[in-house]
Design a protein around this ligand. Structure first.
Ligand code: ATP
Ligand code: MG
Length: 164
């Protein structure tokens, strides 16, 4: 399916805002440019984005967390290891939250794994990222993260993105 992510992200943000209305301040999500159209199941990508955004909101100490959602085309994605395949793009959800230590980068995708169990970052079951990874892999993509502990985390995932 061809899915325009712009309406989809608006719905995800509205949904999260509604569910957090009494606790959190309004959700501050920066979209540096319009999101791409992707070849993916809209319901499943909604699940991925809402899992990543709810984590970005949850694992922070900031009263006004700043979250950014955007993407890089394959051409823009300059990496030493050859970059991205043609027709793909890398979407990202970037937060300024508590961060994740490097030794836990892989662990967070494990079923029921929670790093902050004893801290007061709100509840959870440890399934959100496991589901996100399954969904992205089913679409032939990959998901990974970069983080500086204490500064913030960015989750990236690759999808098949339509050419204009
Ligand atoms: P659920 O998503 O099932 O409600 P959860 O948020 O604990 O529960 P995951 O979304 O799978 O589960 O995340 C696993 C763990 O990874 C979290 O418990 C948290 O410790 C850590 N984590 C996830 N996202 C972030 C983030 N953006 N910043 C810091 N830590 C994170
Ligand atoms: Mg979660």
């Amino acid at each position: 399916q061809s899915t325009d992510l712009n309406d989809l992200i608006t719905n995800v943000i509205d949904g999260l805002e509604a569910s957090q209305a009494d606790t959190a301040p309004s959700l501050n999500v920066l979209l540096p440019r319009p999101l791409p159209t992707v070849n993916a199941d809209p319901a499943l990508i909604t699940e991925v984005l809402s899992n990543l955004l709810s984590n970005a909101l949850k694992y922070t100490n900031k009263p006004q967390p700043k979250i950014e959602v955007g993407y890089l085309t394959a051409d823009e994605w300059q990496r030493e290891d050859g970059g991205l395949p043609a027709h793909t793009c890398a979407l990202y959800v970037k937060d300024d939250g508590i961060g994740i230590r490097k030794r836990h980068f892989q662990n967070v995708f494990r079923l029921f794994k929670r790093l902050h169990e004893r801290d007061s970052y709100g509840g959870g079951t440890g399934v959100g990222l496991t589901i996100a990874k399954k969904i992205i892999e089913r679409h032939g993509g990959q998901i990974w993260l970069e983080s500086n502990y204490g500064e913030g985390t960015t989750f990236y995932f690759v999808l098949n993105c339509e050419e204009k």
